[in-house]
Design a protein around this ligand. Structure first.
Ligand code: AR6
Length: 180
């Protein structure tokens, strides 16, 4: 585990399974339809149970799909986290279609939603870097900068955790922590 302090909050790097995190909220790497999928999305719905999908369906029925770069909140079902923030990252198309801005938006909007439901701690996966194909190092830089900038502003967060799935992503984030 690596950590540093940014403003009044702790920024933490851990390697592991996001479904097992004890933060108030965990972020899901979702798609606009919010009906589940593979990767971390599948893992969260499996671990959290059917309640999460029911809430996602209700959100889509009310407001339609979640746009890329945005996020919506459900309860955590059977997870330790009380809230799941379903963030929609961009599909990678080579970098010329606003992918960087959309990825940054997914992180910033997730933190804004977390605060709105009273969460004080939030865990993030590496949004868009799996099935959506966003290059891992470029995504990590964007994620890290977005979260650090947010934590330097006004907020009531105590901890933001990057939960990486495997040693390769751990190395990428560790370099960012160590360069700070
Ligand atoms: N805990 C933490 N990280 C995980 C876990 C886990 N349990 N499982 C996978 N990862 P991906 P995307 C990592 O593909 O690229 C879904 O079908 C994984 O190693 O889950 O945003 C959705 O429904 C990678 O680093 O998300 C969408 O359709 C990261 O999570 C689409 O995939 C993200 O990989 C979203 O694709």
């Amino acid at each position: 585990m690596l950590q540093r302090t940014v403003g009044k909050a702790r920024l933490v790097l851990v390697e592991g399974d996001i479904t097992r995190q004890d933060t108030d909220a965990i972020v899901n790497a979702a798609n606009p339809g919010l009906l589940g999928g593979g990767g971390v999305d599948g893992a969260i719905h499996r671990a959290g149970g059917p309640q999460i999908l029911e809430e996602c369906k209700a959100i889509v029925a009310r407001r339609g799909p979640c746009p890329t770069g945005e996020a919506v909140v459900t309860g955590g079902g059977r997870l330790r986290a009380r809230h799941v923030i379903h963030a929609v990252g961009p599909v990678w198309h080579g970098g010329g279609r606003g992918e960087d801005e959309a990825l940054r938006g997914a992180y910033v909007n997730s933190l804004t939603r977390a605060l709105a439901v009273g969460a004080r701690s939030v865990s993030f996966p590496c949004i868009s870097t799996g099935i959506y194909g966003f290059p891992a190092e470029r995504a990590a830089r964007i994620a890290y900068d977005a979260v650090v900038d947010f934590l330097r502003g006004r907020h009531r967060l105590g901890e933001v955790r990057f939960v990486v799935f495997g040693p390769a992503d751990h190395d990428v984030y560790a370099r960012l922590f160590e360069a700070a």
